[in-house]
Design a protein around this ligand. Sequence first.
Ligand SMILES: [Zn+2]
Length: 250
Amino acid sequence: MTAQLAQMTARDAKSSLSNRVLVIPLGSTEQHGPHLPLATDTTITSKITQSLIDLRPSQTILAPMIPFGCSGEHSAIAGTLSVSTQALVLYLVELVRSCEFNQAIAIVSAHGGNALPILNAHRILEGEGREVMAWIPTVDALINAAERHQAPLSFRGLWQPDLHAGRTETSIMLALDPSSVNLQAARAGSLEDPVKLIEMMKTGGIESVSKNGVIGDPTGSSAEEGLLILSAFAEDLISNFDKFYKKVTS
Ligand SMILES: [Zn+2]
């Protein structure tokens, strides 16, 4: 049965936490163009995390979702709520430090802007001898899954410029919560080289690269494609989790 930390008594938590990994989902509240909700990253993170909890119920405990992350580059567009990279690193480090010292922790986030703070926090915590794994989605996870399943991911070339509220995220949201997607309002944003765009965003924010807050093109998105992407991410998370679990329990 799924164990949710927030529903447990302190006594139950004490006995359960000793042999299970505490999984902490970290989302964001961030503009996702004119067609996707602000909770897009939180919704996607929640679903991927739940796949892990469902498939490894005796090895995991689900912590409450953290709905705010690092989205500073999107702050010019209404609705975005965010903290700095330094603040998020410190938040994650102190949160993990507040657990029992030998508690194994997995931090899961589907928001690219959280990647750097998660990795920095991970490095600090590992340096303190704590058992922590961090997972964020990667293009490699999709390509590997596509190859393993021979999935018709003929659109692989799209991954690179599809950074934000484009085909990937629109497809996932069509699979998870179609009523939250306003497809009529969906428009392509910037389609330039993503490496260049990321650099420009670091100094000038989203408004320096995309007027509508989209990087990529939602054209062609579908729920079917969203399910494929979700299962590829879930598979990657579970395979990383299994290695981590083996390490912390051996
Ligand atoms: Zn997103």
